[in-house]
Design a binder for this molecule. Structure first.
Ligand code: MN
Ligand code: MN
Length: 466
């Protein structure tokens, strides 16, 4: 066989993995998008702050809060905030909701350290907060990094104090200490998962006592006094608080070539941002109603009123359907949902947990996952072949760089997303998202190209005619 003929045949029949930079990329647009994304991350390190930022962005562009019974016509843009922690947005399409909706669902909660309901204590003249970690973390990663405290304290009188310690330039930061190597020999022999018990994830708050030497709890009281002066709260008020310790780091470019972004909370704000921006940026009225769901609680199972399993989504869709005289079940069975969540990026330093032929690679575009789950696809909705073909068609039609992948080796572990909760509603669903290095770490890394391609992919989903 001639060389040229071989090459032609190979191109025709074999599927070569392609770096996204080997195709045309609008670098200026990508860079501008990523700049905005970094600012989005910095302004929304908790689900509440993120939801507030989403609403600011939507309102700036003329989106209106949805109220039940509102008359809606094609091109109308409405949003619903779910208890300050989740947002649902819909751009009404030209076709009836009986034709289904084009949905993107992402989550805006990220792994972190929550304060316990009785967090404050003093030990050996040092004041601390007890924490309870939220989501899957590798505990050792949260030691000796600057932390900030964000969240709310709900008071008995119905008012609310917004806590922000460490978020502003010049603010003090908080920290969890670690053992020095000189005394770490015994700890160093323990398996990584056991070396740092959760009950040692205590946040150092202060060391300076008030009062005289006879008294007890002098540092604790000093800390509480500062909190009282700043927020008007007393120790009992922690009972009804949601305070989250999150990394006190800003999103920044990574690499000499600035091709990546390092930040806290890429999982899953990188997909949430893509899903949101794509919807806000739609230049024309979509054929079908385009819906963006930004949910809370994914990292702990999507339960609860703000999670993806909550009826809030069904209620919102039912209300929209009702305004068109459509049964929501008829809408759901014709809808498509892209479950927009991150996937694991292949890390050559840990090649033994990835299966090279089915891993997602940095700069190879948005990663499709036919199924997630663990131990033989358990807990996966496992999209059907037709659904994957549908998304291939949409993405190829829009020139979006994409790859298909699994999360690691079959027996190495696994993960889940909101996909199954959408699929269980009788909505055709596929997982897709940005590959992430060091997922769930306080500082995760993604490639700019993948962020950009995910945004472009979302647009293609919203604008799909069928
Ligand atoms: Mn996620
Ligand atoms: Mn996650």
């Amino acid at each position: 066989m001639e060389k040229s003929e071989f090459k032609k045949l190979k191109e025709k029949l074999l599927c070569e993995k392609k770096n996204g930079y080997d195709r045309p990329v609008d670098e200026a647009a990508m860079e501008a998008y990523c700049r905005d994304y970094k600012a989005f991350l910095d302004s929304g390190k908790t689900e509440r702050l993120c939801a507030a930022q989403v609403i600011r962005m939507a309102e700036e562009r003329g989106w209106r809060p949805y109220a039940r019974g509102m008359a809606l016509k094609a091109g109308d843009k409405v949003y619903l905030c779910n208890r300050g922690k989740g947002v649902l947005l819909a751009c009404i399409g030209k076709k009836s909701l009986a034709e289904g909706a084009q949905i993107a669902a992402a989550h805006i909660d990220s792994p972190r350290l929550d304060l316990k309901p009785n967090p404050l204590y003093e030990d050996t003249e040092l004041a601390y907060f007890k924490t309870h970690y939220y989501g899957g973390i590798r505990k050792y990663q949260w030691l000796t990094i600057p932390l900030e405290l964000r969240g709310v304290v709900a008071l008995r009188d119905g008012s609310r104090a917004e806590v922000d310690i460490g978020g502003e330039e010049g603010d003090p930061k908080l920290v969890i200490t670690d053992l020095l190597p000189h005394l770490g020999a015994e700890q160093g022999k323990k398996p990584l998962a056991q070396a740092v018990p959760a009950e040692t994830l205590n946040i150092l708050l202060g060391s300076r006592p008030i009062g005289d030497g006879e008294e007890k709890d002098r540092v604790k009281l000093a800390v509480m006094k500062i909190l009282y002066e700043k927020y008007g709260i007393t120790e009992e008020d922690f009972t009804s608080a949601e305070l989250e310790a999150v990394p006190a780091v800003k999103a920044c470019d990574i690499g000499l070539d600035r091709s990546m972004i390092g930040a806290y909370g890429h999982d899953d704000r990188v997909c949430a941002y893509a899903a949101l921006r794509a919807l806000l940026d739609l230049e024309s009225v979509p054929a079908k109603t385009a819906v963006c769901v930004l949910a809370d609680k994914e990292e702990i199972g999507s339960d609860g009123v703000t999670g993806m399993q909550s009826a809030v989504f069904d209620t919102f869709m039912e209300d929209l359907c009702e305004s068109q005289g459509v049964a929501v079940r008829a809408c759901f069975e014709k809808s498509f949902c892209l479950s927009a969540d991150v996937t694991a990026a292949y890390d050559p330093d840990y090649s033994d947990v990835y299966e090279k032929r089915n891993a997602a690679y940095l700069n190879h575009g948005v990663g499709l996952c036919k199924y997630t789950g663990a131990r033989g696809k358990s807990g996966a909705s496992d999209a059907d072949a037709e659904t994957v073909a549908y998304v291939r068609r949409l993405f190829d039609g829009a020139g979006v760089a994409w790859q298909i992948a699994e999360l690691g080796k079959v027996d190495a572990g696994g993960g889940g997303t909101v996909a199954m909760y959408m699929a269980n509603r009788n909505i055709t669903t596929l997982d897709a998202g940005v590959p992430v290095l060091s997922m769930h770490a306080p500082f995760e890394t993604v490639a700019k190209l993948d962020c950009w391609e995910t945004y472009r992919g979302m647009k293609a989903v919203y604008m799909a005619e069928a």
